[in-house]
Design a protein. Structure first.
Length: 225
């Protein structure tokens, strides 16, 4: 296992310590979350931890089933005690870019339903300004070219995400545009502008949502809040 993966495992396991008996837990998606779901499954089995999870992605649901984490959905619970998730970039105000894995819409719904939202990253995700990572924006397939040209007016060149030579389709049946803004100085303003464009489903800017960020570096975890 490489050093980055070891750090992802470290923070993924650390965040699970905040999960207490009886909690309803939002589960994000990504390679860091993989380790958190795995650890959560271990606590369920070994300690009899009594929790239910709401997954943000079909893949997260698969992991939860594999590791024995009981799942529920929003038809049964509408408020979660905590949501845990990875991120692609985190700035000093705890504003985030998410969506590298294409699950940003459900991740945002899950995080918004939670009383507390804890983010887990390796130190390389900490930035002075958001935007070096291309901002993922989920758009409806119909007329995506029109939506992309409207997004471009805000200062980027949107690129339609592909995977294995095919257009990437989100769990919601939508497309993702990766947008190279380079430097996002006002994330809230940019999010509000982009979300107003017809055809935009959600942006990967998670503004004023994170309560704690667990940052892994050199074998240690720092908690920023
Ligand atoms: C998925 C996400 C992920 O949380 C983000 O891409 C970080 O992924 P990883 O933990 O693999 O670095 O937003 O949509």
């Amino acid at each position: 296992m490489g050093q980055v993966d070891e750090t992802k495992q470290l923070v993924g396991e650390e965040v699970v310590k905040y999960i207490k008996d009886g909690m309803k837990v939002g589960l994000g998606y990504g390679s860091t979350m993989y380790y958190a779901v795995k650890k959560l499954g271990e606590r369920v089995k070994e300690e009899g931890l009594n929790i239910v999870g709401v997954p943000s992605a079909n893949k997260t649901a698969e992991w939860a089933k594999e590791f024995g984490v009981p799942l529920t959905d929003f038809s049964k619970v509408q408020e979660l005690d905590i949501a845990i998730d990875g991120a692609d970039e985190v700035d000093s105000n705890l504003q985030l870019i998410k969506g590298g894995g294409g699950a940003l819409f459900r991740e945002k719904v899950v995080a918004a339903a939670a009383k507390e939202f804890y983010v887990i990253v390796d130190g390389s995700k900490i930035v002075n300004h958001l935007g070096a990572f291309k901002l993922p924006i989920e758009v409806v397939p119909f007329g995506w070219e029109v939506t992309a040209s409207k997004i471009a007016k805000f200062g980027c060149e949107p690129v339609l995400r592909e995977k294995d030579g095919e257009v990437f389709i989100s769990d919601n049946g939508n497309y993702i545009l990766d947008c190279n803004f380079q430097k996002i100085t006002e994330p809230e303003k940019l999010h509000n502008e982009l979300i107003g464009i017809v055809g935009v489903v959600e942006t990967g800017l998670f503004v004023n949502m994170a309560d704690k960020v667990l940052v892994g570096k050199d074998g240690k975890v720092e908690v920023v809040e």
